[in-house]
Design a protein around this ligand. Sequence first.
Ligand SMILES: N[C@@H](CCC(=O)N[C@@H](CS)C(=O)NCC(=O)O)C(=O)O
Length: 232
Amino acid sequence: MIDLYFWTTPNGYKISLALEEMALPYRIVPVNIGKGEQFTPEFLAISPNNRIPAIVDNSPQGGGTPVSLFESGAILLYLADKTGKFIPRDVRGRAEVLQWLFWQVGGLGPMAGQNGHFNVYAPEKIPYAIERYVKETNRLYGVLDNRLADREFLAGAYSIADMACYPWIVPHKGHQQNLEHFPHLRRWFDTIRARPATVKAYEGAPDPYAPNSPSMTEEARRILFGQTARRG
Ligand SMILES: N[C@@H](CCC(=O)N[C@@H](CS)C(=O)NCC(=O)O)C(=O)O
């Protein structure tokens, strides 16, 4: 059984999507990041960056003590290696998947995240910041669209690279992006959205960028957007 430390955000869904695809038994441990639950000593022991997602694998390969992991890219790779699924074994196939996985965690995620912040969450609408991140997200959507013009998925068969990117395309409207301008990305998005594992992972999911999202309270804003270095 794997414990998944989860909240309903794109980075969280990457892992529930993968666990559903891999048919691994898991238990969700909710970490309400809007209420500050990411700062409990128990969670920080697993995720010192105070971010979800994180996992604890209580039955790691080869036995022994449980393995705990934070960072969505590291978790996806760990799960793919554990199951031997959604990443090829051959050198070239594996390298293809890894480069798109790292592209997501280093580019698409942080840029689209800033887009959501300035566009939707920021109390003050700063045109320069909004334009900067809407344009950069648009550029990154274009990179995906070009890549998908002559292939079904990002790197060979459906892989952890696709699972890393998909949850960041779900809030495309909140990112001020129109999928009609990206026909290959749209086709890829619709294909993944229809997979039974995706349907299961997103059952009852709230829209993270809904204007009056109940989770984005004043308290949540203060907790999430006012962080500085934590001592100890
Ligand atoms: N690089 C991290 C990013 C994780 C991340 O930003 N998680 C957000 C939710 S999407 C979070 O836990 N935020 C809590 C906070 O800011 O305190 C990953 O890919 O796992």
